[in-house]
Write a protein that binds this ligand. Sequence first.
Ligand SMILES: Cc1cc2nc3c(=O)[nH]c(=O)nc-3n(C[C@H](O)[C@H](O)[C@H](O)COP(=O)(O)OP(=O)(O)OC[C@H]3O[C@@H](n4cnc5c(N)ncnc54)[C@H](O)[C@@H]3O)c2cc1C
Length: 360
Amino acid sequence: MKSLKENFQKKHIIIIGSGIIGKFNALELSELGFQITIIDPAQHKNSSNAALGLLMGNMYQKRKGRSWDLRKQSIELWPKWIKFLQKFNYELKIEKPLIQLTTNEAKFKKLEKFIYENQDQNLRILETDSLFIKNINKAFQTKNIKGMISFKDGRINAKSLLKTLDTYLKNKKINFLEEEIIKIRKSNNQWISITRKNEGIKSDIVIVCNSLKAVDLIDHLSHNIKLIPVLGQAIEVDINDAEVNLLSLPKQFNIDGKNIIPKSKNKLIIGSTDEYSTNPEENIFEKLTDFLDKKPSWLTKDKISKKWFGIRSRPDGNPSPIMKNLENGLIICTGFYKNGILLAPACSKWVANEIKNYFS
Ligand SMILES: Cc1cc2nc3c(=O)[nH]c(=O)nc-3n(C[C@H](O)[C@H](O)[C@H](O)COP(=O)(O)OP(=O)(O)OC[C@H]3O[C@@H](n4cnc5c(N)ncnc54)[C@H](O)[C@@H]3O)c2cc1C
């Protein structure tokens, strides 16, 4: 009897969309032996390239349900994938820990309750006298910040991760087509993906990972799938100021929902917003620094050295993400308006299991 891998080698899978979700699916399925083609007309201009890469898994406060299950699986899978991907980029790593802070007493009480009830050694309360908080207070001139530290959560540099996946995919000689798919249809037992140039590409399976545009390719009405755009913005400030050393701050932390990543002594990233729009707004500095009553003198609008945004898709009327086996050999994996980087390993595993079941 032929091995499963030999059987899979004859099966061709098309992945539409080459953000983190498309690329991670390609990695998982290529390791199982499938022939893969990824199709994307603009792989560097997507929301994955805008992501800050925070992996907020273990600090998620709901400890049951689908969302928690996906997070839990991803937390377990990430170390294995990092080890594997280090063969292609030895510098790839998850920077730990991750700190979540708030200026709101009621939110802090909730965090305390969560930590007390879970008795997880990897989660601890950070009181105002901890060194991390003291350094944050010194730099931001804040007083009332408190929160928690998660030793199991952290950050992966999203751009470096995408580049490493590209190196892997190239090394494995995975086909990549710089095309836009405008239609998919079934013909006998095969799927035909039609490009804008009106070329048809055949495959046994199609995985739709093209975020917002997924609804253009499937019968979204009968599958009850509606996606809405959510804009996320981030800024980099270059302070060029001896007043504060940004490297005295934790490597990554979050205050009242704003993620902060010191890059060097003088550079800091702050992100990101959740806006139900597709056009970046001008008052981004005010939005991203609204956790501060009074801004320290080094943090001013004119210090912004870079700003960027990404548009993600949020399912309307369904929980995020959308992972469905729509019909024989047509799978959708989209609607990652948040946490797409974190959830990529668990979601790719779900897709792989669906495909394995389909062929067995
Ligand atoms: C500022 C910002 C910060 C973020 N920070 C974090 C974070 O810290 N941690 C985290 O986990 N997540 C974060 N996210 C969220 C994360 O970026 C997303 O959840 C994730 O990138 C979604 O990936 P995706 O592959 O589904 O979509 P995308 O990366 O948007 O990729 C979709 C791809 O589909 C392609 N495509 C579209 N139509 C077609 C077509 N017809 N044919 C072929 N290809 C097509 C597009 O060109 C695109 O490349 C952040 C997002 C933003 C914007």
